[in-house]
Design a protein around this ligand. Structure first.
Ligand SMILES: C[S@@+](CC[C@H](N)C(=O)[O-])C[C@H]1O[C@@H](n2cnc3c(N)ncnc32)[C@H](O)[C@@H]1O
Length: 462
C-alpha cells in the first residue's frame, strides 16, 4: 500500500552551497506516513550531524523515530550505505550498536571522525585550535615558506585555488602535520575538507563545476583561518554536547567499514542485525566520487584517476558513462510481476541515432541498477535477524523522460529473495531535480507530468 502526502516540502540536500530547481508539482492525496521527513536539511543545525553536509543524506529525526519504533531496548543497527554517518551517529546517541559500510573514502572518513567524538580530549583539542590560530597569524604575513603543495594527481580544468587562497590553505596543511594526536588531526582535516570548496574556484551546482561555468567570479582571497576556526569551535561544542548526552548510558559499539556493501559476507555474520536504516544511491547518475574528488585527493586517499576506478566499479548503481557502447545488460534475477523490462526497452529505443549517447547506455544503466537492488536485497536477507526490519529510503527516477517507480520495483525485487514488503511510505512528494535531469547529456526535458518523490520501503524478514 502506498501512502501519499499532500504537503509540499522543499528539499535542500547538497554538498556545498547552491541549488534549487523544484521540478515537480505536488501530488494530491493524504499523507498517511507517520515517519519523520527523511530530508537531510534539518541535520545542518543538529550537533555532530551538522559537521559535513552530504548530498542525499537523511535526517536524524527520521533515524531516531525509526530506532524508537523498532528497537525495544537496545539492538544492532546496520546502514549498508552509511554516507557521512547519520544512522551511526544517531545510534550512538540512542545507545544502540551500529555497523556501517561506505565505499567513498571521504564520507567514510567523515563518519569515522564523527563517531570518534567521545574519545576526544576537549582540553587538548582547544589548545590545538589556539596553537593553530597563533601559527597561522605568525606565518601569514612573514616570509614563511610553505612545505605542502597541491596534491600530485589532483588535476583540475582551472586552478582549484587562487594563489592567495592556496598559500593560506597550505599554511593550514603545514599546521595539521604538526599535530601529534591523530584523532585531533582528523578533526582539523575534516574542518578543512568540509569547507574547502567554499573558498575554491569551484562550486556545487549540485555537481562540482567551475564557478565561472555557473556565472560566478573566481575567489581571489578568503579568510581561510576564520572559516576553519569557526568549524573547529562547532566541533568542540558538539563534542562537549555528545559527551554530556551519553554520560549516563552504555557506550555502544560503532563500526564503519570502508568497503562496498556487496562484500558484506567478509565483514558481517548472518542474522545479526535487528534494524536496517539506509538510503542507497538513487537512479540519478549522481557522481559521489567525482563530486568529492577535492576531498579525496587532499586527504591523500587517491593520487590519480586509477585510484578512483575501483570506487566507480564497485559502487551501487554504476554511473551511466560506464555503459556507453557496452553489450545489452540482462537482469540477474527472475523479474517479478513488474513492467521493468518494458520500461528499459522503452529507454533503449530513445535516440538510437545518438549512438553511445543514445538510449542503450541508459537502458543498461537502469538494468544494472536493478541488478544491484537484487544484490542489496540478498544482503538485507543475510544480515537481518528473523522478524527484523529494513527501512530503505529511495527516490523514484526519470531517465530520458521515462518515469521509473524505483521504490515499487525495489520492493518487488526484495520479495524475490523472500523478504516481505510491509508498506511503501511516501513522506515527501517532491524533491530537487538531480544531476540526470540537469545534466548536459539530458535528452528529454522534465515536464509537469514528471513527478519526483521519495519513499521509505519497509521490508520485514519473516
Ligand atoms: C544516499 S547516500 C547515503 C547518505 C546517508 N544516509 C547519510 O545520511 O549520510 C548513498 C551512499 O552510498 C555510498 N555507496 C555507493 N555504493 C556503495 C556500495 N557499493 N557500498 C557502500 N556504500 C556505497 C555512496 O558513496 C553514498 O555515500
Amino acid at each position: 500500500m502506498k501512502s501519499i502526502p499532500n504537503q509540499n516540502q522543499s528539499l535542500d540536500r547538497f554538498l556545498g552551497d547552491t541549488i534549487s530547481e523544484k521540478i515537480a508539482p505536488p501530488l494530491n492525496g493524504n499523507n498517511h506516513s507517520s515517519f519523520s521527513d527523511p530530508a537531510f536539511a534539518s541535520n545542518k543545525t543538529q550537533p555532530i550531524h551538522r559537521w559535513v553536509p552530504w548530498i542525499a543524506g537523511f535526517s536524524k529525526e527520521f533515524v531516531n523515530d525509526s530506532i524508537k519504533r523498532y528497537i525495544d531496548d537496545t539492538g544492532t543497527i546496520l546502514d549498508p550505505f552509511a554516507g557521512v554517518g547519520t544512522t551511526l551517529v544517531e545510534s550512538h546517541i540512542t545507545g544502540d550498536d551500529s555497523i556501517g559500510f561506505e565505499i567513498n573514502p571521504y564520507a567514510y572518513f567523515a563518519c569515522k571522525t564523527k563517531i570518534n567524538s567521545l574519545h576526544i580530549d576537549e582540553g587538548k583539542f582547544n589548545e590545538e585550535i589556539e596553537r593553530f590560530s597563533a601559527f597561522y597569524l605568525k606565518n601569514l604575513n612573514s616570509k614563511y615558506k610553505v612545505r605542502n603543495k597541491v596534491p600530485e594527481g589532483f588535476k583540475t580544468k582551472i586552478d582549484f585555488y587562487s594563489p592567495k587562497v592556496l598559500h593560506k590553505v597550505l599554511i593550514l596543511m603545514d599546521f595539521i602535520e604538526t599535530i601529534e594526536d591523530q584523532t585531533i588531526a582528523d578533526l582539523f582535516k575534516l574542518a578543512f575538507t568540509s569547507t574547502m570548496v567554499k573558498y575554491s574556484n569551484y562550486s556545487y551546482e549540485p555537481s562540482l563545476g567551475t564557478r565561472r561555468g555557473s556565472g560566478k567570479t573566481d575567489i581571489e582571497d578568503y579568510d581561510v583561518s576564520a572559516v576553519t576556526i569557526q568549524k573547529l569551535l562547532e566541533f568542540l561544542k558538539d563534542i562537549a554536547w555528545i559527551k554530556k548526552t551519553v554520560s549516563n548510558q552504555r557506550i555502544p559499539t560503532s563500526r564503519i567499514i570502508n568497503d562496498s556493501f556487496f562484500n558484506y559476507k567478509d565483514h558481517l555474520s548472518k542474522k545479526t542485525v535487528d534494524l536496517i536504516i539506509t538510503s542507497p544511491p538513487y537512479l540519478n547518475n549522481y557522481h559521489y566520487n567525482r563530486n568529492t574528488r577535492p576531498q579525496i585527493f587532499w586527504l591523500g586517499f587517491a593520487n590519480g584517476p586509477a585510484d578512483l576506478k575501483p570506487l566507480e566499479e564497485n559502487k551501487f548503481g554504476n554511473i551511466w558513462k560506464t555503459f556507453m557502447g557496452r553489450e545489452k545488460i540482462d537482469p540477474i534475477f527472475d523479474v517479478p510481476d513488474i513492467d521493468l523490462i518494458e520500461k528499459v526497452e522503452q529507454i533503449r529505443k530513445i535516440n538510437p541515432e545518438k549512438g553511445v549517447y543514445g538510449g542503450s547506455g541508459w537502458a543498461n544503466y537502469a538494468m544494472s541498477y536493478f541488478n544491484d537492488c537484487y544484490k542489496f536485497s540478498k544482503g538485507i536477507d543475510y544480515a537481518l535477524k528473523k522478524g527484523g526490519t529494513a527501512l530503505v529510503v529511495i527516490g523514484n527516477s526519470i531517465l530520458q523522460g521515462v518515469t521509473i517507480p524505483t521504490d515499487e520495483y525495489f520492493a518487488k525485487i526484495a520479495e524475490t529473495v523472500g523478504l516481505e514488503t510491509v508498506e511503501i511510505h511516501i513522506p515527501r512528494s517532491k524533491r530537487i531535480g538531480n544531476s540526470i535531469i540537469q545534466s548536459n547529456v539530458r535528452i528529454t526535458k522534465p515536464t509537469k507530468g514528471h513527478q519526483l518523490y521519495e519513499a521509505i520501503v519497509e521490508l520485514r524478514k519473516s
